[in-house]
Design a protein around this ligand. Structure first.
Ligand SMILES: [Zn+2]
Length: 492
C-alpha cells in the first residue's frame, strides 16, 4: 500500500436483496448450512459507487467475500468495539478446513481481541499465531470449492496514541483517528497457502482479495467521519451519530475521524473528490484536489477508467508522505501547503495506486515493485502529460536521486520488502524500479509499451497480478524475449 516515506525524505455485511447491516453487539445467528453460490448475489447496492464502465464486475466476482461490520468508536476516540460477519466462499480448487484472519492492531502498536467466534452460527475456538496478528478459524466440516459459509465474531481494539510503528497507519494522534485494517481481515489463499507474515516496518501491511463491504460506524457526533466507499445512511442519536457505508469491490476498508476535519470538494470526470483536513490547510487541500483531478484524467486515458464515483483524501499524522487505500488516500499533514515540494508528486503517486494496488492487486509484501515502482512510473507519466517532457525532469531527478543516494547499486528491483534495508527499499523500489519501466519502454518502443500497460491493467483488473504475468503480457506485446532485461533489473 503506500508509500513514499519520510525517513528517506530527510535527504530528501450480509446483503441479499436488501441492506441488512447487523445491529452490533453479540448476536447468535441460527446455524446456516453451507450453500452453493449458483444463485447470484444481489449487489445492486454497490452500483452507484462504481464507475458505469465497471458495473458488469458486480456479476463477475462470484466468490468475493462479503463483510458486514459494525464499529463503535468510544467517546475517547481510541477505544473501538465491533462485530463482523463475513460471507466466505471457497474460491480455491481444493476443500478448505479453515480460514485465516489478520488482527493487524496487534502488530501496529495497539491491541485487538476477538470473541464469540462462530462458523455458521456455531461457536469455534480460533488458534493464534504471528504475535496474535493471525487467527485460524477451524471449520467443523470441510468447505468444498464454491461452497459458502459465514464466520462471525466480536472484536475490541485499543488504538495506539503514537505513530511509531508502520508509519502510524493506525493511530489516534493529534486529534485524528485513523483506522487502517482495523477489522479481522481474511487472508489471501494462494500458491503459498494462507499467505501471512509479520510485515516489515517499511512497506505496506496488507495483501488482500477484492471484497464487498457494508459497514456501520457509530461515533461521537462531534467528529467528522470518513469511510471507504459511499455513505448510504446517516442517523443522529443525541450525542452520537451512526453512518453506514457500502464499498465494493475493494481490497480494504478504511476509516478516519476527527473533530478538526472540514471538507473541500471538487468534481472531475464523474468522480467526486473530497479532501478532509483542518480549515487552515484549505489552499493546500484544494491544490491537492486539482492534482488528483488531473491524475485521474491522465491515468484514465493511459490505463483504464478510475473504478469508483468517489475519491476521498484525509490529512493524517502518518510518518509516510501518503498512503493509499481503495478510493481513499491519506496525506501527511505537513505537506498540505500550496506548492510544497512533495505535495504534487505524493498525490499523483497515491492516485496511481488506485490502478496499481487496488484495481490490479499484488502481494505488496513479496512483490512491492508491482505497485510501488509502477506508481512511481505512473507519476512520471503524470508529470510528462501535465507539463511536457521538460516538466517531468524534476520528478525524474527525484526518482533517479533515490537510487543515486544508495550509489546506484544493482540490487534487484523484484525482492520482497523484508530483503531491503530502509534506504535500499526507497532507492530500489521507488527509484530504480521506476527507471526499469523507462528501460522497458525504450526496449519495447513507446507505442507498443503504451498498449501493453493498458492491456496489463485490463487483463488483471479486480485480480492479483504477479511478476510472471507482467513479463508475459509485455512479451506478448513486443513479440520478444525480455528475460535478459528482467535479469538485469528485476530478478535476484
Ligand atoms: Zn506508494
Amino acid at each position: 500500500m503506500k508509500k513514499i516515506f519520510l525517513l528517506i525524505m530527510i535527504t530528501l455485511l450480509l446483503l441479499t436483496s436488501c441492506l441488512l447491516p447487523s445491529q452490533g453487539g453479540t448476536s447468535t445467528p441460527e446455524p446456516i448450512p453451507p450453500t452453493s453460490t449458483s444463485s447470484p448475489v444481489d449487489r445492486s447496492i454497490y452500483k452507484d459507487g462504481l464507475n458505469p464502465a465497471y458495473h458488469s464486475i458486480l456479476n463477475e466476482l462470484p466468490y468475493a467475500s462479503l463483510y458486514s461490520i459494525d464499529f463503535v468508536i468510544a467517546d475517547d476516540l481510541y477505544h473501538v468495539t465491533g462485530s463482523e460477519t463475513v460471507t466466505y466462499t471457497n474460491a480455491e480448487d481444493i476443500a478448505l478446513n479453515e480460514v485465516k484472519f489478520r488482527l493487524f492492531p496487534n502488530i501496529l502498536g495497539g491491541e485487538m481481541t476477538v470473541d464469540n467466534v462462530m462458523v455458521n452460527g456455531e461457536a469455534v475456538t480460533p488458534n493464534y499465531a504471528l504475535n496474535n496478528s493471525l487467527i485460524t478459524v477451524p471449520f467443523k466440516d470441510s468447505l468444498e470449492p464454491e461452497e459458502t459459509l459465514t464466520i462471525s465474531m466480536d472484536f475490541n481494539i485499543t488504538v495506539p496514541q503514537t505513530v511509531e510503528l508502520n508509519y502510524g497507519v493506525q493511530a489516534y494522534f493529534d486529534e485524528v483517528l485513523t483506522l487502517a485494517h482495523a477489522y479481522p481481515v481474511v487472508t489471501v489463499y494462494d500458491d503459498e497457502g494462507w499467505n501471512a507474515e509479520i510485515p516489515p516496518q517499511a512497506g505496506d501491511v496488507t495483501y488482500t482479495d477484492m471484497s464487498f463491504f457494508i459497514v456501520t460506524v457509530d461515533a461521537p457526533k462531534e467528529v467528522t467521519l470518513v469511510g471507504s466507499g459511499r455513505e448510504i445512511n446517516r442517523q443522529d442519536n443525541g450525542s452520537r451519530q451512526t453512518v453506514t457505508y457500502e464499498a465494493g469491490p475493494v481490497r480494504d476498508f478504511y476509516i478516519a475521524a476527527s473533530p478538526e476535519y472540514e471538507v473541500f470538494t471538487k468534481e472531475a470526470r464523474g468522480v467526486t473528490l473530497r479532501f478532509y483536513t483542518r480549515d487552515h490547510l484549505q489552499s493546500g487541500a484544494e491544490q491537492a484536489l486539482d492534482v488528483a483531478a488531473r491524475s485521474i484524467e491522465i491515468y484514465s486515458e493511459r490505463y483504464a477508467p478510475y473504478p469508483y464515483t468517489e475519491l476521498d483524501f484525509v490529512s493524517t499524522p502518518t510518518l509516510a508522505l501518503g498512503i493509499e487505500y481503495p478510493g481513499m488516500i491519506a496525506i501527511t499533514e505537513w505537506i498540505i501547503t500550496p506548492d510544497h515540494q512533495y505535495l504534487e508528486g505524493t498525490v499523483a503517486h497515491e492516485v496511481g495506486h488506485q490502478w496499481f494496488y487496488n484495481l490490479v492487486g499484488n502481494d505488496q509484501l513479496d512483490d512491492p515493485w508491482l505497485d510501488e515502482s509502477l506508481s512511481q512510473f505512473a507519476t512520471l507519466q503524470y508529470f510528462t502529460d501535465a507539463y511536457g517532457q521538460g516538466g517531468s525532469e524534476g520528478f525524474r531527478s527525484s526518482v533517479a536521486g533515490r537510487w543515486e543516494r544508495i550509489g546506484n547499486v544493482n540490487i534487484p528491483v523484484g525482492l520482497p520488502v523484508r530483503a531491503y534495508s530502509d534506504g535500499e527499499y526507497s532507492g530500489i523500489v521507488y527509484g530504480r524500479g521506476a527507471l526499469f519501466f523507462e528501460a522497458l519502454r525504450d526496449k519495447m518502443g513507446m507505442e507498443i509499451f503504451d498498449t501493453f500497460i493498458k492491456d496489463y491493467v485490463k487483463n488483471n483488473s479486480w485480480n492479483i497480478s504477479t511478476p510472471e504475468k507482467l513479463k508475459a503480457e509485455a512479451e506478448k506485446h513486443c513479440a520478444c524475449d525480455l528475460t535478459s532485461l528482467f535479469d538485469e533489473w528485476i530478478y535476484p
